[in-house]
Ligand binder design. Structure first.
Ligand code: AMP
Length: 243
């Protein structure tokens, strides 16, 4: 483990209040990003979206971005070592010490095992002065996901997502919050969406069993009105923290 990772683990031990780590788990289009934003506002802990960090690196043309770009455009997963290094760096920042929301990470068994080690080989146990991680799985059927992803447009400024069919912005192509022009993510094109959902089924879904066996998995129905999903997510976090 490098020194930034060690610092982050020490930081974990400092968590006295807050909600501890929350892992939002689910396929692309499940609403993880939308729900993560609400949790962020509710508890004042940061959202760590590996997809957002990667996209930021791609747009800034960093070394990491150059390595990730083609893989992301194909809808495949970026290699574990790159993503884990990136997460270690982010978790070392002090705003994570009272909790954080992992959105889109872990996505492979190797990443989940890495995270266990990162928490000092005591993952999902109550660390001294630190609450255990809560894993909230948002369950949504395949056809609903397809409809959500094909209609999705996103704001480049605040990250908010809309759906042109089911949840359009008030003014077409324009963010309700900050007026930015909305765009369609490159990987929200139909042929890439199929690849992303395949990657989820094959590489990410097995993690549900991994966390279930550890007694940390809480499942909620993501095919409900967004406010209802939010209420269920917040309830699951409160419940998970009391386990
Ligand atoms: P997302 O915004 O979470 O849908 O992620 C967009 C893309 O970023 C994914 O399709 C992957 O190519 C890449 N990505 C995001 N998170 C991860 C991760 N934890 N492991 C590997 N690749 C990732």
């Amino acid at each position: 483990m490098d020194s930034s990772a060690t610092d982050a683990v020490k930081g974990q031990a400092k968590m006295a209040t807050g909600i501890g780590p929350v892992i939002l788990f689910g396929p692309p289009g499940a609403g993880k990003g939308t729900q993560a934003k609400v949790i962020t506002e509710t508890y004042g802990v940061p959202q760590i979206s590996t997809g957002d960090i990667l996209r930021d690196n791609v747009s800034r043309g960093t070394e990491l971005g150059l390595q990730a770009k083609a893989v992301m455009n194909r809808g495949e997963l970026v290699p574990d070592d790159l993503v884990c290094g990136m997460v270690a760096e982010r978790l070392a920042v002090s705003d994570c010490f009272k909790g954080f929301i992992l959105d889109g990470f872990p996505r492979t068994l190797a990443q989940a095992k890495w995270l266990d080690k990162f928490f000092g080989n005591r993952a999902f146990e109550t660390l001294k002065d630190c609450r255990p991680a809560v894993v909230v799985r948002i369950v949504v059927g395949y056809n609903v996901l397809l409809q959500r992803l094909t209609g999705r447009v996103s704001c480049p400024t605040c990250g908010r997502s809309y759906n042109v069919h089911t949840q359009p912005p008030r003014v077409p192509d324009t963010c309700d919050v900050d007026g930015s022009r909305l765009f369609t993510r490159k990987d929200d094109r139909e042929e890439v969406i199929a690849e992303r959902l395949k990657a989820y089924e094959q590489q990410t879904l097995p993690l549900a069993e991994y966390y279930r066996k550890r007694g940390r998995l809480l499942e909620i129905d993501g095919d409900q009105p967004v406010e209802k999903v939010t209420a269920d997510v917040l309830r699951a976090i409160e419940h998970g923290n009391s386990l």
